[in-house]
Design a protein around this ligand. Sequence first.
Ligand code: URA
Ligand code: CA
Length: 434
Amino acid sequence: MRFVDIIEKKRDGHALTKEEIAFFIEGYTNGEIPDYQASALLMAIYFEDMTDEERANLTMAMVASGDQINLAAIDGIKVDKHSTGGVGDTTTLPLAAMVAAVGVPVAKMSGRGLGHTGGTIDKLEAIEGFHVELSTEDFTKQVNEIKMAVIGQSGNLTPADKKIYALRDVTGTVSSIPLIASSIMSKKIASGADAIVLDVKTGDGAFMKTVEDAERLAHAMVKIGNSVGRNTMAIISDMSQPLGFAIGNALEIKEAVETLQGKGPADLQELCYVLGSQMVVLGGHAKTLAEARTQLEAVVADGSALEVLRAFITAQGGNAAVVDDLTLLPQAKFVTELAAKTSGYVAKLEADDIGTAAMLLGAGRATKESEIDLAVGLVLNKKVGDYVNAGESLVTIYANREDITDVEQKLYDHIILSGETVAAPKLIHSIITE
Ligand code: URA
Ligand code: CA
């Protein structure tokens, strides 16, 4: 096989065979195919797209490029959740504890990541003593016993994706549906998921700015998953404003606990029930989404979901007393209210820029080397559609530095008030099951 023939075939709009796709992924991963040829193929895929079959073959070739986690020793159907990312997305922890309480095993591999706040692991490290270094044996045992464990990323998962993503980043080929869909799905499949629930975000703070683009990506991923034997569902959810109230690591742990007590922000609470219902159905613990939701509401109401969180924290070395005494979380030195300058309805809370304001405080990493301040961040006191009186607090700012005028300015610039009533944005735009 000559790689130039494969490039020309795609350039001319033809579908590649499974063997040709495998030739590309293997050759590029082991360094036999140079960047310039891989770039040319990626650009051809960008313009000519891929058939459903090509997308599935590309995904599985990337899975085969590295290690694959085997979760067979864990009882039951392992359902994983993936969010395409947004601002203040506190969902993973409360969702995991809820579905685990219903009986769905949550064997989660998680990352730290770059962004406005840390990843799930950073957030968990706000709990004193908590660690994510578990042996495979302990990880398996913990999930079998208490249904929930979170482990740090280990091994050499999907090296093809890492290399290709870096190349896409500098060749204008990131925003291609077949490339994004195969990238995300290959990582989920390599980490051992039997079934996958996708939370595809849309809006200002999301990768996919419009509902139509988010739906195209969701359909692509659901098709890939189902065609390779992993039951997959997706929802399209709003990210035009941050999710919930809290944006920050310890602040989001507090918000997660409140959500498990049934006292979370309305949007976060609802999103957990909607995603959780899909996980419970895919996990085989309910026949319908409605039946699953009833179970989830029950484990929140009777405290058993919170009990799973306590057991999970204890099992991983953390101080579970934090659940009942949230002041045990890292506390910021300076707490300031951002007062509204005029009265009006909140028309916009521009997610991306509000996330950047949290990052200016130190809640997230700008580069892989940056240190995160777990205590700092923002808590929104108003969401889009709410009325605020002049002088009332829009946001509570948690900082570890005294001068926060840059953060205040950023927030004032990106919180837009209006004299007219504003409708709250729809949280769930659609549910995609095939
Ligand atoms: N996230 C991923 O993991 N891959 C992409 O290609 C885009 C977003
Ligand atoms: Ca939040």
